[in-house]
Write a protein of this length. Sequence first.
Length: 367
Amino acid sequence: MNYTQLKAQMPNRLLKILPLFAVSLLWAESYKDPKSGLEIVEITPPGKAPTNLYYHFSNFTADNRVAVFFAETAEGSQIFGYDVEAGKVRQLTSGQGVAGGSACPHPKHAEILYYMRGMTLEELNTKTGAIRKVGEVPGPKVGGGGQPTFTPDLKKVTLYKQRDEGNWEIGLMDLATGAWKSVVTVGFRIGHVQHHPSLPLIFYVWETGGYAPQRSWLVNDDGTANRPFYAATDPKQWVTPLKEWMTHESWIPQTGQMTMVMDKVGILIVDVDGKSRVLPGVYWHGRATEDGKQILGDDFDGNLYLIDPATGGRRLLASGLRDSVRPVHAHASFDRSGRYVLFNTGRTRQTVALIDLKKAGIYSKPE
């Protein structure tokens, strides 16, 4: 089913037409990194603390033309788009209740963007400004929502909610009808919920803000076989007496594997059966290209590297990303072609930055 067919099945829930916001050429500037020598574009839209989306998926629209991010405004968190060719920024959402970090570009239709407004999933057509209410996460609930991720057929998205003080639930929302299907309820705080790109699996973590007795989990998207998921390694390398600590996980779209960061050990490339191999190094976050042939990894000192997973070799892309704003997490990711690298920076202020690998002469076009 394509998007046009799906749209024909959708109930008439058109909420409003969003005014098209003004654009400006003044919201981006470039500099040369003193260590890598690469040109880096810093995007500075209206609002405070611009931040890229978490790297569960590409932060770019399906045509790789617009990088999506969010910032705080007088109306609260709002979503913006940066046209990489034109050098222009446009505010995409308005009004109260927008969860900017929940933005989710459609992987096939460049004009379609999903996001949460409160506990309601909305669909925005960025060309026409039309907004459609997809559905509301049903009760019982006291919070949650999360960042949507698509099922492989693109008909549903995975979301989650906090049911009460001690229980959290993962569910699927139908994009045509807004219907909610509960998948699993667990008795601990969850996060990093993301559907597998090609299999009927959902990944999630036991979120503690630090070490957890068992961080990573898999569940079939019909609710069966909820089980622990982690990559076992030599217990001598474990950083706790319980087991190794994985964090900052992300599926690789075309291989179906997952990148994980093992604290103080390296980036792991993990199969769905838990088998893995390690790219040694002290990294903080890691995200692969769609085909898995390159990986971005940053460290705690604010350096960003381009890593070859075949050899473990790496090249410095950017430095000083935490020089002025220490709390910044790079959360770097690629566009869908692997040409552009998007990341957070606190070099002189908190904002979002971009590197064009093709312009830098180090772009490997996917086969």
